[in-house]
Design a protein around this ligand. Structure first.
Ligand code: SAM
Length: 303
């Protein structure tokens, strides 16, 4: 990994007309620190992991690799896409450039201001939670790239169904957890797949890319821990609490890294298609039972 150059750490933003966009240090915690870490080599474009392959030379390139992988999974025939949790706006902009009709949504006003300033005020960026988003036209595909864990699983699946046309797609690329013990930060992978099945989503493809994204953990931790003084100096005028935030970020980050290393967490990409026929209550209960019983069994044994 290249060693970050702190002097180039803050993005020089391409600004259109209108008020000045927020600086990275104005973003909500933890996006401010994550964006800073992703922008140490060059201006941050994404707030997602990188996909590290043989020959990947930088975190920036690794993030592009993951964005390309996700784009490559969009099925033929898709025209209208909801980019739910669009972060800094780059994916919405890329997909629009590729000819899709895209709406990018996120509830974080400052992220959206930044996205609009960088990628044009003409793009349909909406400041709204996925849970509250409604549209008169249906989408062919709903994309969650590292934004699914902010939303309850049942709500995510049900509301995606409401927003999709029949036989529309759900593309989800995110951290998942495999067990019931320990840190509960992410959706349980088995419940995600089973509940999706219950609600009428057919799993078309799935890929476990944990191993390829794992170097991102060290990339981000090194960027933040290795530039501590620089970050504090730059952030403090606007964020009095930056030291505590940095400590908290790194502590959570290390805890999660340990959970990845122990196989408790992973990172997967899923493509579902809404078939339009949910399972009956009985079949759904039977399909969810082993996962629920597994959880109860483990709790019982621990107790
Ligand atoms: C880790 S960032 C990922 C950003 C982007 N998808 C990317 O790949 O760079 C998480 C995104 O999810 C958004 N988010 C958080 N809660 C959300 C919600 N309830 N509905 C929609 N988006 C949400 C955040 O505002 C942010 O844009």
């Amino acid at each position: 990994m290249e060693s970050p150059d702190p002097s180039s750490a803050l993005p020089s933003l391409a600004v259109g007309t209108g008020p000045a966009p927020p600086a990275i240090e104005d973003l909500e915690f933890p996006y401010c620190l994550y964006a800073w870490a992703c922008g140490t080599e060059e201006e941050a474009d994404f707030l997602h992991y990188g996909l590290w392959k043989d020959g990947t030379e930088s975190g920036k390139q690794a993030q592009e690799n993951l964005a390309l992988l996700v784009r490559s999974l969009i099925p033929d025939g898709v025209e209208r896409i909801l980019d739910s949790g669009c972060g800094l706006g780059r994916t919405t902009a890329d997909l629009t450039r590729d000819g899709y009709s895209v709406v990018g949504i996120s509830p974080d006003e400052k992220l959206m201001e930044l996205a609009r300033a960088r990628f044009g005020r003409h793009l349909p960026f909406r400041t709204v939670r996925f849970e509250d988003y409604a549209d008169t036209d249906a989408f062919d595909l709903v994309l969650f790239q590292e934004s699914s864990n902010y939303i309850g699983l049942r709500t995510l699946l049900r509301h995606s169904r409401e927003l999709l046309r029949p036989r529309g797609y759900l593309l989800l690329c995110d951290e998942v957890r495999y067990g019931v013990k320990g840190v509960l930060a992410f959706h349980r992978r088995d419940l995600l797949v089973k509940l999706a099945g219950c609600l009428g989503f057919r799993l078309l493809s799935q890929r476990d890319i944990t191993r390829e994204v794992m170097p991102t953990r060290a990339w981000v931790a090194d960027a933040l821990a290795g530039n501590r003084e620089e970050i504090i100096r730059r952030f403090r005028p606007r964020r009095e609490d930056v030291e505590r935030e940095l400590d908290q970020f790194l502590e959570d980050w290390d805890r999660h890294t340990a959970a990845f290393e122990s196989g408790h967490f992973g990172y997967e990409v899923f493509l579902f298609q809404w078939s339009g026929t949910p399972l009956s209550r009985l079949r759904c209960a039977l399909s969810l039972a082993p996962a629920a019983l597994g959880a109860a069994g483990r709790r019982f044994r621990r107790g």
